[in-house]
Design a protein around this ligand. Structure first.
Ligand code: FPP
Length: 253
């Protein structure tokens, strides 16, 4: 996966991660049930997926349901589960036609057999697609991801496939979710809160963080463009100084 360059020569993010916050408040403002906010949230998600396809973004990772979301009222959790099933059923064929490769990250074993079945079907149908990688984080938590990686590595050390001295950052990275693609370049959170909320805490180490007060169902094409424009103005230093970066650009050109 390489950095995307648009027709004007601007470097776009290759991988975008999104916390889609504000569905409940969007519904409250309209005196609608929270479920209506989540339904409108699906429309906003579809718009963002289409914008990523249009801009040739290589990967989009969205936080659909966190490990902590189980603590919501039972009725809201069950509404979200039904929405996931109906959304996957309604959208996957269209996503497949757009050459989108859909993958779920997180512990899916807690979902109903029906939802797990739809998740598997979506992944199998789209696995060979070469367009946008759409990663849907469901029953996902960043700490879970790190602990899971520790378990997998420990297993390999115990059964002799790996040595303790093999463990370094690159090796650890290969055991967390999304190890097959570069880390997110741009993180977007809507809904006004400025936190990561246990999303991809390992993978976001060097991402540019963009926060907006817009509630997720209101997040429009223009808002997506505004986030991309903001990103293109950032200088990514990865621990180096600005001067070092300017020097290396001069050498490359
Ligand atoms: C956060 O808003 C949103 C969620 C917990 C659910 C997000 C899910 C979708 C947008 C549906 C996407 C569906 C698929 C299949 C990818 P909130 O309820 O926390 O809003 P609030 O902070 O205003 O209460």
């Amino acid at each position: 996966m390489t950095a995307m360059i648009d027709s004007t020569g601007t470097v776009l993010p290759g991988h975008i991660a999104v916390v889609m916050d504000g569905n409940g408040r969007w519904a409250n403002k309209r005196h609608l049930p929270r479920a209506a906010g989540h339904k409108a949230g699906v429309d906003a998600t579809r718009r963002v997926v289409e914008n990523c396809v249009k801009n040739n973004i290589e990967a989009l990772t969205i936080f659909a349901f966190s490990s902590e979301n189980w603590n919501r009222p039972v009725s809201e959790v069950s509404n979200l589960m039904s929405l996931f099933v109906s959304t996957i059923m309604a959208e996957v064929k269209k996503l497949n036609k757009k050459n989108v490769c859909v993958k779920f990250i997180g512990d899916r074993t807690r979902f109903s057999e029906k939802l797990q079945g739809k998740i598997n079907e979506a992944e199998v149908l789209t696995e060979k697609n070469t367009g946008l990688h759409l990663n849907i984080a469901a029953n996902y938590g960043g700490r879970w991801d790190i602990v899971n990686a520790c378990r997998l590595i420990t297993e390999e050390v115990i059964n002799g496939d790996k040595k303790l001295t093999d463990i370094d950052e690159a090796m650890f990275d290969s055991f967390v979710s999304l190890s097959e693609m570069p880390a997110p370049d741009l993180f977007i959170r809507t809904g006004g809160e400025q936190r990561i909320s246990n999303f991809l805490i390992w993978q976001l180490a060097y991402s540019e963080l963009y926060f907006t007060d817009i509630l997720w169902p209101d997040f429009s094409d223009e808002d997506f463009d505004a986030a991309l424009n903001w990103y293109t103005g950032r200088q990514r230093r990865f621990g180096k100084t600005g001067t070092q970066l300017l020097d290396s650009e001069a050498v490359e050109s």
